[in-house]
Design a binder for this molecule. Structure first.
Ligand code: SAH
Length: 361
């Protein structure tokens, strides 16, 4: 049993089952045993890889799109260039390199990184050097400046709750102690009592008995905060993640060593995520007074920003295995059978600003 499994089992035995959101938060960010607090999970030796780790093209195109949005809004100076959940700092480093040739952009940029993990903060500082940044534990600490922000695979790591429909009520899937085949009590899913929930009333229209819906309150409140900054002080925010327009079914998953694992087997040692509900994020942004773009598949977004031309240019200087890896990386980012259609992009801008590059035809 991991130390965190022992700790959570004692807590549940003493005070009862916890929500899936509480379980995710403890597993990912417990100050001593949390998954992100104790390790760098990225890369081939880690548990998963991400678009910026696959190819420099991702960060270059995202950087130039942010710089275009900045120019479209009159090149405000100074502004906050922010990233939520920057991982190893690779995306920010690629953004900074690609935008170095946009006159005035870097000089006006005050870099802010929202990162909960001390291990990853240290990695980010090394990756973005010689640039320096200010780190924050949460978006609430971002400065009152025009805000140009990006979040790649950040919202999927935020804690969700799951509800199963029973008639016109909902019963929450909670984490409790359940008997294993030997009769021992181990961590696992249980169901609470069905009650009508006002917040899920609209989901009575598009679900049937037994269906699961997921909610992510932290995601909506982070989006509200960012969107209200963008709406009042100008800027743009680009969200890239896996998910769809509306939460449907159970998307909770645990990944370790690039493969699915049991989310309850060794809490604190696997990455726990859920698909992002882009409709909920767009709604939160609109309520905060900002405009949300259409949701665009990552492959389409990157093609519109010119990834093919960039890939061809980079290919000119490559040969052999390096060229093969580059071609594979381009395909991986854009092809519908790979990340191209599972991953979606959503941009937030002030209502009166031009649309964010790549989000409309
Ligand atoms: N964007 C990076 C890394 C994605 S992994 C990339 O594309 O490679 C998720 C990142 O979000 C990690 O840096 C993790 O430490 C951070 N993170 C997860 N939950 C967080 C939270 N609640 N607050 C701040 N950072 C968080």
């Amino acid at each position: 049993m991991t130390p965190l499994a022992a700790l959570l089992s004692r807590r549940i035995a003493a005070t009862g089952p916890i929500t899936l959101a509480d379980y995710m938060a403890e597993c990912l960010l417990h100050p001593e045993h949390g998954y992100y607090v104790t390790r760098d999970p990225l890369g081939s030796a880690g548990d998963f890889t991400t678009a910026p780790e696959i190819s420099q093209m991702f960060g270059e195109l995202v950087g130039l799109a942010l710089a275009q949005a900045w120019l479209d809004q009159g090149a405000p100076a100074p502004f906050a260039l922010a990233e939520l959940g920057p991982g190893r700092g690779t995306l920010m480093a690629d953004i900074l390199r690609a935008t170095a040739r946009v006159p005035g952009f870097i000089d006006a940029a005050d870099i802010h990184l929202v990162e909960a993990s001390p291990v990853l903060r240290a990695a980010q500082a090394g990756t973005i050097a010689p640039h320096s940044a200010t780190w924050h534990p949460a978006v609430t600490a971002l400065p009152d400046l025009p805000l140009f922000a990006v979040a790649n695979e950040f919202f999927d790591a935020l804690p969700i709750r799951q509800f199963v429909r029973r008639g016109r009520g909902w019963t929450e899937r909670q984490v409790g102690l359940v008997p294993d085949p030997s009769g021992a009590r181990v961590l696992g899913f249980g169901l609470g009592v069905a009650t009508p929930l006002g917040g899920l009333a609209r989901r009575l229209e598009d679900t049937a008995d037994g269906d699961i819906v997921e909610t992510c309150a932290p995601g909506e409140s982070i989006m509200r905060r960012i969107a209200s900054g963008v709406a009042t002080r100008g800027g743009a925010a680009l969200i890239v993640d896996y998910g769809g327009w509306r939460s449907r079914g159970d998307t909770f998953q645990a990944v370790g060593g690039h493969a699915p694992v049991d989310p309850f087997a060794a809490p604190g040692t696997a990455d726990l995520t859920a698909h992002v509900d882009f409709e909920a994020l767009a709604g939160a942004a609109a309520r905060a007074g900002a405009a949300a773009s259409p949701m665009v598949p990552q492959g389409v977004f990157l093609e519109r920003l010119g990834i093919t031309a960039r890939a061809q240019r980079l290919a000119r200087d490559l040969a052999g295995p390096a060229l093969e890896a580059h071609v594979a990386a381009h395909r991986r980012l854009t092809h519908p059978d790979e990340m191209g259609s599972l991953f979606k992009c959503l941009a937030i801008t002030p209502a009166a600003a031009p649309p964010f590059p790549g989000t409309i035809t």
